[in-house]
Design a protein around this ligand. Structure first.
Ligand SMILES: CC[C@H](C(=O)O)C(=O)SCCNC(=O)CCNC(=O)[C@H](O)C(C)(C)COP(=O)(O)OP(=O)(O)OC[C@H]1O[C@@H](n2cnc3c(N)ncnc32)[C@H](O)[C@@H]1OP(=O)(O)O
Ligand SMILES: [Co+2]
Length: 134
């Protein structure tokens, strides 16, 4: 794991949260991107070497909608940058971690992503992110 790539925060209203985090961080978000496969619309703020990712549900059955209905707004996941996501998934499987997705999938912000089940990591949902190289 190289560094914290982003911290994902589930929000009810992306525009309102963009405004609030914009004031908090003293800067605007640099993108809004929908990821239909995940049932989310995301926005990103650059915070030094890592980012804040705000997540609004676009699918009432999706993971963010479920999280919001069960837990309300709040920190949803921690994402780590990895150089080789398949290799890292293999390593973590070997260490006994439960991978939610068998294969990496396309995430937001030009990344390949995979998730570990929170039960493997002390109740914290962990995301692996690899930059999609040109
Ligand atoms: C990919 C685009 C973007 C990016 O960065 O590129 C994203 O980050 S998208 C983020 C949204 N996508 C995901 O979260 C995908 C991975 N998540 C999942 O597959 C599910 O949310 C899962 C498996 C973590 C939970 O799904 P499930 O339907 O089983 O939810 P339950 O409500 O039944 O919860 C089961 C159990 O897990 C606990 N839980 C759920 N979500 C979280 C969470 N975010 N952090 C910690 N714990 C979580 C929940 O409390 C239940 O625990 P229990 O003890 O059984 O009550
Ligand atoms: Co994320």
């Amino acid at each position: 794991m190289e560094k914290i790539e982003h911290i994902g925060i589930a929000v009810n209203d992306l525009e309102a949260a963009n405004e609030r985090f914009g004031k908090l961080l003293g800067q605007d978000h640099y993108k809004v991107e929908e990821v239909p496969s995940e049932g989310v619309r995301t926005s990103f703020f650059k915070t030094g070497d890592s980012k804040i990712e705000l997540l609004e549900a676009t699918d009432p059955e999706g993971p963010i909608a479920r999280f919001l209905s069960r837990k309300g707004e709040g920190v949803h996941h921690i994402a780590f940058a990895v150089d080789d996501i398949e290799k890292e998934m293999e390593r973590l499987r070997g260490e006994g971690f439960v991978l939610i997705n068998e294969k990496p999938k396309k995430g937001a912000d030009n990344k390949l992503v995979a998730f570990l089940h929170p039960k493997s990591s002390n109740g914290v949902l962990i995301e692996l992110c690899q930059e999609i190289r040109k």
